[in-house]
Write a protein that binds this ligand. Structure first.
Ligand code: NGS
Length: 258
């Protein structure tokens, strides 16, 4: 049965691996929020992005499969917010789409990178990208800060049993992740402070996200809790998955604090 082959490898030259540093980077970007950005414009300026926010370089073989898709994980209902648990959901749901993803970038929705040399890929060690945020005067607020935007390879993520599911409300979950990394013999890697710059989209204080009074004691106990609490114990109910042109929107029910 001779079907005409559409396989690239027999019709074209095999692709070369992508360059370590992509060509055409511009460095510092002008980020300001005074003029609104429309989804249509984002779409127009990124014609190679496919349904659900997926992208593959057309002319080279990617060295890593960064969850080459954009996933927005939305907590269903009105119960207390749980950031780290939502990030765990994002990891599993992205893998359901493509089990070959080997790198995951976890970003807060309100952070906009100001320099395209801050490469969203995975590194030898877990990566903290958001080292210079405007609200902290473009400096790290403290040496162990791991909030905002981070990136872990699949194996780094699994080594720390993913992120904690038991931080309800604001604060501490990023410090717990930092502890998991150190306790598992890894070290956080970071970009140069001049490159890892971010602007935060200004917004009102979130509802249902009051400071978690348990956060200080919880971050003292990471060593004990990380074995049982993490990606291995994650439970949730999928409410909706919808594919927009530039991203995949996932709504999940993740329960509420005990
Ligand atoms: C620390 C929090 C982190 C938080 C960081 C920055 O104190 O979760 O402040 O917060 N840790 C604890 O509360 C234990 S920020 O200034 O962005 O609101 O990420």
């Amino acid at each position: 049965s001779a079907k005409p082959s559409t396989n690239r490898s027999v019709t074209e030259k095999p692709l070369q691996p992508c360059q370590e540093t992509p060509p055409g980077l511009v460095g510092r970007l002008l980020i300001e929020f005074s003029s609104p950005m429309s989804m249509e414009r984002v779409q127009r300026e990124n014609p190679d992005v496919r349904q659900g926010g997926k992208y593959t370089p057309p002319d080279c073989l990617p060295r890593q499969k960064v969850a080459y898709g954009i996933y927005i994980i939305n907590q269903y209902g009105e119960d207390t917010f749980n950031r780290a648990k939502l990030l765990n959901v994002g990891f599993l749901e992205a893998l359901k789409d493509d089990e070959e993803y080997d790198c995951f970038i976890f970003s807060d929705v309100d952070l906009i990178p100001m320099d395209d040399r801050n490469l969203y890929r995975c590194y030898e060690q877990p990566r903290h990208f958001a080292v210079g945020m405007d609200k902290f005067g473009f400096r790290l607020p403290y040496a162990g800060y791991f909030g905002g935007v981070s990136g872990l390879s699949k194996s780094q993520f699994l080594k720390i049993n993913g992120f904690p599911n038991e931080y309800w409300g604001w604060g501490g979950e990023d410090d717990d992740i930092f502890n998991r990394i150190s306790l598992n013999g890894m070290k956080v890697s970071r970009p140069d402070i001049r490159i890892g710059r971010y602007r935060m989209i200004k917004h009102e204080r979130d509802k249902h996200n009051e400071p978690n009074p348990q956060r200080f004691t919880k971050i003292q106990n990471t060593k004990m809790t990380m074995k049982r609490d993490g990606i291995s114990s994650l439970q949730y109910r999928l409410v909706e998955v919808s594919r927009a042109p530039m991203y995949t929107n996932i709504t999940v029910e993740i329960g509420r604090p005990p």
